[in-house]
Write a protein that binds this ligand. Structure first.
Ligand code: ASP
Ligand code: MG
Length: 420
């Protein structure tokens, strides 16, 4: 059994969907689980619709839903020129429901969000399955909202592994005696009382990990528009290199520091069952991508660079000049938690405690208000954070260039630089 995951970019238009079919043909005869995301930028558009539904704004709902319906209908018209396929009706019914969506029973925003935003994956998987069938693949559509069981934490739902494993074993695996391919939705699940949940943005990779874990699959392949995992984001870095092979642990470290190729939760279930993860190009599927597996011997071969822009350094000093010790540290952390601060780097000295945050995720005036009486707080904006895994002097010099180093932290394997 192989698990394949195709993200939004790999099903963004008719030719992308045809390409999925061609890739699957390379694996004819094998049993395959296909996990698919919403097409292109559909999830972002659905987020807008969810807001409008929650605010009971039917005009906006209708307008934005029509836009999405047109986007998908264009893809359908191209993939099914004879228009004889029942898929048109299936998709139109979903859009009719979406247009009529309202929040009369006054559910929380997060619950409304999940019920609306999950439709992107439902739609894309119906379209891809229908297309695969017309292309002669032996494929069926499987409903992830009857297989992936979660708790009630809408928008960030956590997997109930036991129940999910049972459901997949009883209600999903047996179909492989009838078909070779089962297509299902990434990113979505359901609660014990049948409500739809989502696993957090970009969560489809994680769904692939869940299916692989629960079916003891031989491997997972994530098909992407890049040749594999690169050692830096090409947006910020010239001459990137592909990482041919890295360990599960290294992949977790890289995603922890902000490398965004794979959803961070994906690795753990695979590591637990020692299932290799391949990241490969859907443009050049015959080429080797990146292999993520247990063996760590290749981890140090290539240094990796992770950039975070638009950082803000907040330095906190007790007004009474007391030392930074455990008592005021715990007080500082309580206040930071109240401000919902997600800390990228921290450092303390005798009299001050400094943290680095994403500027766009923090409300600075709220933060200042929370500290104002007891602490003096200074804020330095427009910084960047560079993390280098497996650094040496040359790589550090390279990222520094002529920038000023505000702070530098090193462990054996990782260097972190705050630059201005
Ligand atoms: N469609 C969802 C999102 O865009 C899940 C995913 O793509 O992984 O966040
Ligand atoms: Mg997506």
């Amino acid at each position: 059994m192989k698990v394949f995951k195709f993200g939004g970019a790999s099903v963004k238009d008719p030719n992308a969907v045809r390409n999925v079919s061609n890739i699957l043909r390379l694996f004819d005869g094998e049993k395959r689980i296909i996990v698919i995301s919403a097409m292109g930028k559909t999830t972002n558009a659905l987020e807008e619709i969810a807001k409008a539904v929650h605010q009971n704004n039917p005009l906006v709902v209708k307008e934005k839903a029509t836009f999405l319906r047109d986007f998908h209908t264009e893809i359908l018209n191209d993939l099914f020129p004879k228009k004889e396929n029942g898929i048109f009706e299936t998709i139109n019914t979903i859009f009719d429901q979406l247009e009529a969506a309202n929040n009369q029973n006054e559910s929380s925003f997060d619950e409304v969000y999940d019920s609306i935003v999950s439709l992107g994956e439902v739609i894309s998987t119906h379209i891809v399955t229908a297309f695969l069938q017309t292309e002669g693949h032996s494929a069926r559509w499987a409903n992830a909202t009857q297989l992936i069981r979660t708790n009630h934490k809408f928008r960030e739902a956590e997997i109930d592994w036991r129940t999910t494993e049972t459901l997949i074993t009883q209600d999903f695996l047996p179909y492989f005696s009838e078909v070779d391919i089962q297509v299902t939705q990434g990113f979505i699940g359901h609660t014990s009382d049948g409500k739809t949940t989502t696993l957090g943005r970009e969560g489809s990779d994680f769904t692939a990990g869940v299916f692989a874990y629960c079916t003891n699959a031989e491997s997972v392949t994530i098909w992407k528009d890049v040749p594999g995992m690169l050692n830096a984001d090409p947006k910020y870095f010239d001459d990137t290199v592909k990482l041919d092979k890295i360990s599960f642990r290294e992949a977790i470290e890289l995603s922890y520091y902000g490398a965004s190729v794979i959803h961070p939760k994906t690795i753990k279930p695979l590591q637990n069952k020692n299932i290799p993860l391949y990241v490969k190009s859907f443009i050049e599927p015959e080429k080797d991508g990146t292999t993520i597996q247990a063996d760590a011997t290749s981890d140090t071969l290539v240094p990796s660079f992770i950039f975070k822009m638009n950082q803000v350094l907040v330095s906190i000093t007790p007004r009474d000049f007391s030392f930074i010790v455990e008592e005021n540290l715990s007080d500082i952390f309580i206040r930071l938690a109240r401000a919902n601060a997600k800390i990228n780097v921290m450092q303390n000295s005798a009299l001050s405690f400094s943290i680095l945050l994403d500027r766009d995720k923090i409300d600075i005036s709220q933060l200042l208000g929370l500290f104002e009486n007891t602490y003096q707080v200074t804020v330095q904006e427009n910084l960047e954070l560079v993390t280098i895994r497996h650094y040496d002097d040359a790589t550090i010099q390279r990222v520094k260039g002529d920038k000023t180093v505000i702070l530098e932290q090193k462990t054996l394997e990782t260097a972190r630089l705050i630059l201005q």
